[in-house]
Ligand binder design. Structure first.
Ligand code: UDP
Length: 452
């Protein structure tokens, strides 16, 4: 109603400039958020790097604004994620500031326009600095779980109390105040060859709200109530749980690789709940030996499987013989559609936050094999809080893999995990119905954007 009144008076709704972090697991939720905010009347501009940017043709309602950064694809592909993020935060600041200044100049004459509001991925903290310098409002989007974000605030204390750098002997001990996380689950664990100071600087910077007016988290009360409550106590600004974003509005693909749709036809021929879907997301990778053990374990389990192996994976020489007839390998799958397929009975996952939410919302129980970053936190939530996943031993031995697959796909234990994850899925469906907690949170966010 207020929106109609504003329009009658010649007031447009606010222009939002989204600044996604250019990795698949970050681009997806940011564009899903863009679709949601567009559906409630905001105009959306996506300011993107030249590296890994989404296809504008899939998003005809959005305006795309390239940031003329100095990081090229060929540089970025040889760097690790934390280094790319550091570089982007240095090289994108001035070009974003220039582009926004030009937009503001153009719109200065039109008094009906409010200043744009910047919604930036927490990892792209240069965008907050630009907003601050241009006196524009800004809001941070967190694309991880609330539980992960909460861990960032504990690092200064853990450092003071001598728990950091992490010690091998303490890796299985519980982290004080972060039950049920163990030290090895912390998102700064398991970054090989990384200097702790650099990781801590980055996490401190990404969790520092500075001049932003609010935080949006891609999560929901009924999944993470206590973490959200603690996060709200920790932060000086409102925290809005707006998720799971992929379930709210139909969204065109924002995939950086082309979906191989042949897997859907293949799934159509398989029996109900029989197929294990295997994917380690868009970044994690395995060496030849790990891939050999995975292939042996999958084949020996005698369950059909659909396995995403991204281009560039280095396969062992005997890979095709190991795979046999039961499995289908694709380079990139339409994951949400795969998880919703009735033939899928389980998901062996690296537990990226998007994959975690997508599996829960499809009611598919998981084998949890986190590799780095926030994945261990998510895996711990899946196995020890919601109890809808099995933990896979990180040593990856084929006999253990085979056992885990059989436990998930064939045993009573797997049935119980499936029952629990379907319960969780139904709870989320209730909370995202009109009038329920999701819409209250969205309405509060809308007010916040209009008033900041
Ligand atoms: N994804 C996909 N097809 C694939 C593999 C992954 O569409 O074959 C999507 C998946 O649905 C999810 C995203 O890529 O939305 C991966 O994000 P996630 O947070 O799970 O992991 P990350 O790639 O960031 O490690």
């Amino acid at each position: 109603h207020r929106e109609e009144e504003m329009e009658k008076q010649g007031w447009g709704l606010r222009k939002l400039v989204l600044v996604p972090c250019p990795f698949q697991g970050h681009i997806n939720p940011m564009l899903q958020l863009g679709n949601l905010l567009h559906a409630i009347g905001f105009s959306i501009t996506v300011a993107h790097t030249r590296f890994n940017f989404p296809n504008p043709d899939n998003h005809p309602d959005f305006t795309f604004l390239p940031i003329q950064d100095t990081l090229f694809d060929r540089d970025a592909s040889s760097m690790d994620v934390t280094d790319v993020i550091s570089c982007l935060n240095i090289s994108c600041k001035a070009p974003l500031k220039n582009s926004l200044t030009q937009i503001m100049e153009r719109e200065k004459e039109d008094h009906s326009h409010k200043l744009p509001c910047i919604i930036y991925d927490g990892s792209m903290y240069f965008a907050e600095a630009v907003a601050h310098e241009l006196e524009l409002p800004s809001i941070m989007l967190r694309t991880t779980s609330a539980a992960t974000f909460l861990t960032y605030y504990s690092f200064p204390q853990l450092l003071r109390e001598g728990y950091l750098p992490l010690q091998e002997a303490m890796s299985l001990a519980l982290v004080p105040g972060l039950y049920p996380l163990r030290f090895k689950d912390l998102p700064i664990a398991n970054f090989k060859n990384k200097n702790l100071d650099i990781l801590l600087q980055q996490t401190t910077r990404t969790s520092d709200i500075r001049s932003s007016s609010a935080i949006i988290c891609n999560t929901i009360d009924c999944l993470e109530q206590s973490s959200l409550a603690r996060l709200q106590q920790q932060c000086k600004v409102p925290v809005f749980p707006i998720g799971p974003l992929h379930t709210i509005v139909p969204t065109a693909s924002s995939g950086l690789l082309k979906d191989d749709r042949s897997c859907i036809e293949w799934l159509d021929k398989q029996t109900h709940n029989s197929v294990l879907y295997v994917s380690l997301g868009s970044i994690a990778s395995m060496n030849k030996n790990e891939l050999r053990e995975m292939a042996k374990g999958l084949t020996n389990s005698r369950q059909p499987f659909l396995w995403v192996l991204r281009p560039g994976s280095l396969l062992p020489d005997d890979f095709n013989e190991l795979i046999g007839e039961r499995g289908l390998i694709v380079k990139w799958a339409p994951q949400k559609e795969v998880l919703a397929h009735k033939a899928i009975g389980g998901f062996w996952s690296h537990c990226g936050w998007n994959s975690t939410l997508e599996s829960i919302c499809a009611g598919v129980p998981m084998i949890c094999q986190p590799c780095f970053g926030d994945q261990r936190v998510n895996a711990r939530l899946l196995t020890h809080v919601w109890k809808v996943g099995l933990a896979m031993d990180s040593s990856l031995v084929s006999i253990e893999i085979e056992k885990a697959i059989r436990r998930l796909m064939l045993d009573v234990e797997g049935h119980e995990l499936r029952r629990k994850i379907i319960n969780l899925k139904e709870k989320i469906e209730l909370c995202t119905q009109e009038g329920a907690s999701f819409y209250n949170s969205l309405s509060e966010l809308r007010k916040c954007i209009l008033s900041c």
